[in-house]
Design a binder for this molecule. Structure first.
Ligand code: NAP
Length: 300
């Protein structure tokens, strides 16, 4: 049985259409234009391409968007001052600092400096804490995107055995946390988290009704490690080469070709989780704009 492909590209398209209408309405009825700044330090090629895609999405949705490029050798102090400036800028509702940052800058200090009410990445400890106790807040974009994909693909999460591979602060931990919350329709699962200290990973992955893989290792999950009918969300983005035209060749953390023969549904790489991450950043920015305008919103 070949798996149904859960297309993040298609689901993203739907959500962006909905957001476009919402932005239009915010402008017409309330005179509010969602504002997003993306701050890029240096010119790491992957970061440049992520920031470019975020800016394009913001522009297409009719946001007020600012791309702020800073040199690789910007001091930590100057970067913190820049964040302070955007914290105080009423036209900006969302601040995104593209990670990773150069080694001489403490990422933690930078994340802490962002006003939690403009933290559209959902990385500030205030938002992380609220997420853990189930309060409204900015959810981190990749885990939020995964929740929305599961919901729109009609996957039954309530009561499911979910196995997450990876425990990073941006993917593994938050997605595990969100799925175990007593929340419908996407939540109330029994969640297991695997990592490099897990003794027998296949023992766990074979039990999964839903398997979410964010290990950052190409094809670390193979067909022998999953059961028939599993739903697979592959978060990994691994650059495994370049085409003669110089384009990156990508693959996920799951061996797509073999696993799709056993899975009921699977996300592709590219075109799976990636587009959803950017879309949820846009969603968070719209929610931030509503928050600052004193309108009902999902984050407060
Ligand atoms: P990360 O910070 O490197 O964390 C990887 C996690 O996987 C760690 O917890 C690590 O365990 C675990 N791990 C690594 N190899 C493993 C193995 N062989 N068996 C079991 N666990 C293993 O990575 P991340 O930031 O979460 O990202 C994961 C992947 O998702 C990357 O490919 C990244 O590019 C991709 N990503 C994609 C998007 C998107 O929008 N599509 C967004 C974010 C990330 P330890 O904790 O024990 O080291």
């Amino acid at each position: 049985m070949a798996a149904k492909i859960i297309s993040g590209k298609e689901i993203s398209k739907e959500i962006r259409e909905e957001l476009k209408k919402e932005v239009q309405e915010l402008k017409e009825k309330h005179g509010v234009t969602p504002g997003l700044v993306t701050i890029l330090v240096g010119n790491n090629p992957a970061s440049v391409s992520y920031v470019t895609a975020k800016q394009k999405a913001a522009h297409d949705l009719g946001f007020y968007s600012v791309q702020d490029n800073q040199p690789e050798d910007i001091s930590e102090e100057a970067l913190l001052d820049l964040i302070k400036k955007y914290n105080e800028d009423p036209k900006i509702h969302g601040i995104l600092v593209q990670l990773p940052l150069p080694k001489h800058i403490d990422e933690r200090k930078v994340i802490y400096a962002i006003d939690p009410r403009k933290d559209v990445d959902g990385f500030h400890p205030v938002n992380v804490g609220k997420m853990v106790i189930g309060e409204p807040c900015f959810l981190p974009c990749t885990p939020h995107g995964i929740l929305v994909m599961l919901e729109r693909a009609g996957v039954e999460v309530d009561g499911a055995e979910v196995v997450v591979v990876g425990r990073s602060n941006i993917v593994g931990k938050p997605v595990a946390n969100l799925l175990l919350q007593k929340r419908k329709p996407v939540g109330n699962a029994t969640v297991t988290v695997c990592h490099t200290g897990t003794r027998d990973m296949a023992f766990h992955t074979r039990r999964a009704d839903i398997l979410i893989v964010a290990a950052g290792r190409p094809k670390v999950v193979t067909a022998d490690m999953v059961k028939e009918g599993v739903v697979v969300i592959d978060v990994g983005v691994n650059r495994i080469g370049t085409t003669p035209e110089g384009k990156a060749i990508l693959c996920g953390d799951v061996d797509f070709e073999s696993v799709k023969e056993k899975a009921a549904a699977i996300t592709p790489v590219p075109g799976g989780v990636g587009p959803m991450t950017i879309t949820m950043l846009m969603k968070n920015t719209v929610e931030a704009a509503k928050l600052w305008a004193g309108l009902p919103c999902e984050v407060a």
